[in-house]
Ligand binder design. Structure first.
Ligand code: SAM
Length: 234
């Protein structure tokens, strides 16, 4: 067996502090802003010269949170309600050989501040602290395949979830002037319906919690309706 050692070129600083509620693919929640902070060996502007000419980039990364949990040949894609199994290579599951993920994300800018090189990103689906293995420009002429088909994952996963906020939650959001997109961010995360598939099948009212940035957010779901009940600083 061939073995290779990989080095992280940088790490992600993300508002997603836990796996739960991260969208299943990039660009589903455009308000998800992140920073890719380069490691010391790659902290030089030469490494990214010309990258600002591209609107989108590919990130290759390590599913570091789950990498030590191994993989199986078959997985249950959430798309299929968790009831049907597909080969791991027919899915984008996190539990996979080598634990390598790939996401095409929007490049909002390149920052070189106080001697630290960073990429400013949006629409990410990555956990805070995710190690980045490589970065490549997205090439529309080759990467965008307009005739592609995708079987059981053919369409963008839309839900008919609606979201409302309690008065208390709205009052909290209004005070967060440094996070002007917080309400849209929370709404779009909840519209993705982050609940595990087996919970969706039960229609009972239940309360959930997630952490975005340093905010603890609680909501409950009844039928297809989310109500954000409280938001607090962690
Ligand atoms: N776009 C990537 C791909 O196709 O390889 C990731 C798809 S994967 C289905 C997306 C999920 O990975 C997220 O919903 C989140 O739960 C999980 N995730 C994100 N960053 C992770 C990390 N660093 N370690 C483990 N799981 C992570």
């Amino acid at each position: 067996m061939s073995e290779y050692q990989l080095t992280a070129v940088g790490h992600i600083q993300s508002p997603y502090k836990q796996k739960f509620a991260i969208p299943r693919q990039p660009r589903l929640v455009p308000e998800a802003k992140a920073k890719l902070v380069f490691s010391s060996d790659f902290n030089r502007e030469e490494f990214v010269r010309g990258l600002d000419e591209f609107s989108h980039i590919w990130l290759l990364f390590r599913f570091h949170e789950t990498a030590d949990k191994g993989y199986s040949a078959m997985v249950r894609p959430p798309r299929l309600g968790g009831n049907e199994r597909k080969g791991v290579f027919a899915t984008r599951a996190t539990f996979r050989p080598n634990a390598i993920g790939m996401s095409a994300v929007k490049l909002e800018g390149i920052e070189y501040k106080n001697g630290q090189l960073s990429l400013l990103l949006s629409g990410i689906d990555l956990l805070d602290g995710t190690p980045i293995l490589d970065i490549k420009p997205y090439l529309p002429y080759s990467d965008a395949m307009t005739d592609a088909t995708a079987g059981f994952a053919d369409t963008r996963p839309e839900t008919d979830m609606s979201v409302e906020f309690s008065e208390e939650a709205l009052a909290f959001i209004e005070k967060q002037t440094e996070q002007p997109e917080l309400k849209a961010f929370i709404s779009n995360v909840l519209k993705q319906d982050p609940r595990p598939a087996y919970k969706k099948q039960r229609d009972s009212e239940q309360s959930y919690g997630m952490t975005l940035y340093d905010f603890n957010i609680r909501w409950h779901v009844q039928d297809n309706h989310n109500t954000v009940t409280s938001i607090e600083k962690c």
